[in-house]
Design a protein around this ligand. Sequence first.
Ligand code: GDP
Length: 204
Amino acid sequence: MQFTAKFLLSAMKPEQFPNDARTGGAPEVAFLGRSNVGKSSLLNSLIGEAAAKVSSTPGRTRAINFFALHEGTPQKHAFTPKLVFADLPGYGYAKISKSISAEWPTFIEPYLQEREELALCLCLVDTNIPPQTSDTQLIHALQQMQRPYVVVGTKADKLSNNQLAKSVAVLKKAHEVENVIAISSKTDAGIKALWAAILQGTQV
Ligand code: GDP
């Protein structure tokens, strides 16, 4: 499936989240992770220009940025989006991890709790650093909210195959998850597998 991505809007509060008139009620995928985990780079790999422009715009890093993905080419694509991507602000840069809800602007939790269209959460974790408490907290919060999620291990190109397998095993154990999809935005390794998980998770 080929998509053409368009930036929809930046929201600082729930009233600003895009409504059905903008999204056609398309299923939404949320991108979550600590600052510096490689979220902007991954979004660039997945949806290219639309994401690159937004991540270089000051002020948008503390908002939820919404993108509409239309089936087809930039020249000829469907009017109604098939999917929506929601890029959430990064959390937990401080070394001593506070509770994610204390660090995050208060509109993140309402988003995760109440956003009806939210079909899948992508939890980005860095394969190059030990498991982070703030990531475990997020994953537990999603489990409690019964939100479907996939854990994505970023920057896989920085490790040998052997190191990567070890890191993935450690992450799975620490976060108590069955699967971690390892990806690299530099080499595009794992990006196809991630797309497959996104399409399966959203039933697109
Ligand atoms: P964000 O803060 O989560 O949006 O993270 P960025 O996408 O800005 O990336 C943070 C840093 O990690 C930058 O220096 C990127 O170049 C680097 N980075 C991101 N993804 C990858 C990757 O897949 N491989 C490598 N080697 N570096 C990456």
